[in-house]
Design a protein around this ligand. Sequence first.
Ligand code: KIV
Length: 292
Amino acid sequence: MSETSPQTTPYGTLPPASPLAPRKPVSLPRLHDMRARGEKITMLTAYDATFAAVADAAGVDCLLVGDSLGMVCQGLSSTVGVTLDTMRYHTESVVRGLQRVQGTTWVIADLPFGSYHESRELALRSASVLMQAGAHMVKLEGGGWTTETVRFLVERGIPVCAHLGLTPQTVHALGGYRVQGRGDAASERLRTEALALQDAGAAMLVLEMVPATLSAQLTNELTRCATIGIGAGKGTAGQVLVMHDMLGINLGKNPKFVRNFMIGQDSVRAAMAAFVAAVKDGSFPDDALHAW
Ligand code: KIV
C-alpha cells in the first residue's frame, strides 16, 4: 500500500474514486464545446487536496488555484504578497487531491504578482513551474501589455486564462475593490483588451466586477474565448466564486456577488453541488441581487 493511500491516514480521508458517476475529464475542447452549446461552465477556487476532491465529487468543471489564497489561507490583506513558490505548493496539493480520487476537473493556477510582468521569458519560466506542478492552464491579470505575453505562452503550448475588470493584483493602482468598465471610455477599453486577448489565444477570460450588460455583450462577441464571471452578471459563459465565500466561511460580510450555498445544505459537497446546479440552470447569479 502506498504511503499516500487513503487507508493509511485517519485524517481527511478521500474516497478511492468519485462517488458520483464517472465523468469524462474536462479538457480544453470540452470547455469550448460547452461554451458553444451554451452549457454554463462552473468554477470554484481550491487551495488544498481535500476541498479539491470534494469539489470534483460535486461535479465542478474547473478549479482555480487562485492567488486569493493570500487572503483566504495566509491572512494577507491583498494578493500582492503571494509568491510563485506558494502557488506551486497549493497547485501541487490540489492536483494530488484530484489524483487520489481520479478527479476529472480542469485545473487553472494563478501566476502571482511579479511572476510575469518583467518579460515574456519570465512569464514562461513561471508558467512552467505551475504546469509542472500539475496545472492545465495558467491565469494572468490585465490587458494591453499582457497580450503579447499571452500569445508567447499559448504559442508554446500553455493554455491561458486572462482576467479583466477588477484585477486584485493592481488593487493599489485601482484605488480599491470597485466595479470596473463603467462608462463609455472604460467599457470600450475593456472590450478592446478582451478582443486582443482572444486574438492572442486566451481560451478563457475571467471578468470580475464588470457591469452585467457589458459582460453579456463581450460574451457574445468572444466566440473563441469563454468568459467566466464573478460579479459580472448571468450573461457570461461560466461563473466562478471563491470557495470559502460560497461556503459562508467568513466572519465579515460577503461581497454582493456571493451567495452562501451552505444555507439549506448538510454538507460541503451538497453546497458545491447546489452551486453547480444553480449555475447550470441559470438561477445563479441573479442580476437583481448579485450584479451591477
Ligand atoms: O484569485 C482568485 O481567486 C481569483 C478569482 C477571484 C477569480 O482570481
